[in-house]
Design a protein. Structure first.
Length: 381
């Protein structure tokens, strides 16, 4: 049974979601422990959601509660669970519709699970097919919102407040993918941009031309000189606290894109400071016609996945029939030695496999599955 459970921006605010967020190392530890209770599992943890998908009779919500305590967790199984994975990949479950980052996040989640041997054929196929659908949606349907990432939304809000951006100073805390995109967008808008950079992160960083880099430990000094501060780190602790943030009363916009929060909420009480978190940046909707077309694409690819799954579930039956045919032929022909016996068995299984797989292309998939079941029952009799 395919199941999924978790928490997202639709079910809970950032304050509750941050308790269920996982850093990559925490996700690896969780998969190690939870992998003992499910045959396949993938953990997707982003700023908007933490969702655990698995193939098991175990409720993934219970595994999340064991790790992080009680919370407003949803739990889905069967077709509802599969549909959710496709909707996430298509960007329909994102705060920013057609969010550009979610596909990379899904790929990374699957890759981590695969590297730890926690994923398997079903979730590999499910996530792989859903990611392909997500790519198709973003390629085929051109009439998308102008802002399709949280970084673009954040920088758009900064430009609305400080228009124009030219002549304004900005600090980006965090040099990951989101941080780099924010820095690039602010720079293109004409702002003078500084970015924090930890020494150990330098090899992973994609250099941006004319960017001013400041040591992470100097972030408070840089923030005190900035009109705009955007924070997007994976830190489990506050990177800006109220007791250390100095402001002379001038207007400062701080955009906290992280879950857990990067910025202590009390910073927003400082005179002149406007603090917005990630939940203040969503809420956009797709046009009904575009949503209809995207759902049609999802339906088509979901049907393809279920066709694959039905055949996958029939594989034990197919193997059983092929093995029976090989054994019968060996008994009939009585090969002279073990080598000839092995060759005959392999050839028979290969021939029968081709024949049985061809059947699924000639008849309805449900009829093919019924035939596999009937043949397996016959060989047992």
């Amino acid at each position: 049974m395919i199941r999924i459970a978790g928490i997202d921006y639709e079910s809970a605010p950032v304050k509750e979601r941050e308790r269920f967020s996982f850093t990559p190392s925490e996700a690896a530890d969780f998969l190690t422990r939870a992998g003992r209770k499910a045959s396949e599992l993938v953990l997707l943890s982003t700023c908007n959601r933490t969702e655990l998908c698995l193939v098991s009779d175990v409720d993934p919500a219970e595994l999340l509660r064991e790790a992080r305590g009680n919370g407003k967790l949803f739990s889905l199984s069967g077709r509802e669970a599969v549909s959710r994975i496709f909707e996430i990949a298509a960007g329909l479950r994102s705060q920013v519709p057609l969010d550009e980052q979610i596909l990379t996040q899904m790929k990374d989640a699957l890759a981590l699970s695969q590297s730890m041997k926690c994923s398997g054929p079903v979730l590999n196929k499910l996530f792989g097919t859903a990611i392909t659908t997500g790519k198709k949606v973003r390629t085929v349907f051109k009439e998308t919102p102008r802002d399709t990432s949280i970084a673009k939304i954040a920088c758009g809000m900064a430009e609305t407040l400080f228009k124009p951006l030219r002549g304004r100073s900005a600090l980006v805390i965090g040099s990951g993918v989101i941080g780099q995109l924010c820095a690039e967008l602010l720079q293109k808008g004409g702002a003078s941009v500084s970015m924090t950079l930890r020494r150990r992160k330098q090899e992973e960083f994609l250099p941006l031309k004319d960017m001013n880099f400041v040591p992470y430990d100097d972030r408070y000094k840089a923030a005190g000189l900035s009109d705009i501060v955007i924070s997007a780190t994976a830190s489990p602790h506050y990177v800006l606290t109220a007791d250390r943030f100095a402001n002379d009363g001038r207007r400062v916009l701080i955009l906290d894109l992280a879950v857990p929060h990067d910025v202590e909420p009390a910073v927003g009480d400082i005179p002149g400071v406007e603090l917005l978190d990630i939940d203040a940046m969503g809420g956009r909707r797709l046009a009904p016609e575009l949503l209809r077309d995207i759902n049609a694409a999802i339906k088509e690819d979901t049907a393809y996945f279920y066709g694959w799954l039905k055949i996958h579930n029939c594989m034990p039956l197919i193997d059983e029939v092929c093995s029976y045919a090989a054994q019968e032929l060996v008994c009939e022909l009585s090969p002279q030695n073990d080598t000839d016996t092995k060759k005959l068995e392999e050839a028979t299984k290969k021939m029968m496999g081709k024949l049985l797989f061809k059947m699924k292309n000639e008849v309805d998939i449900d009829l093919a599955a019924d035939c596999y079941g009937a043949l397996a029952k016959a060989v047992r009799g």
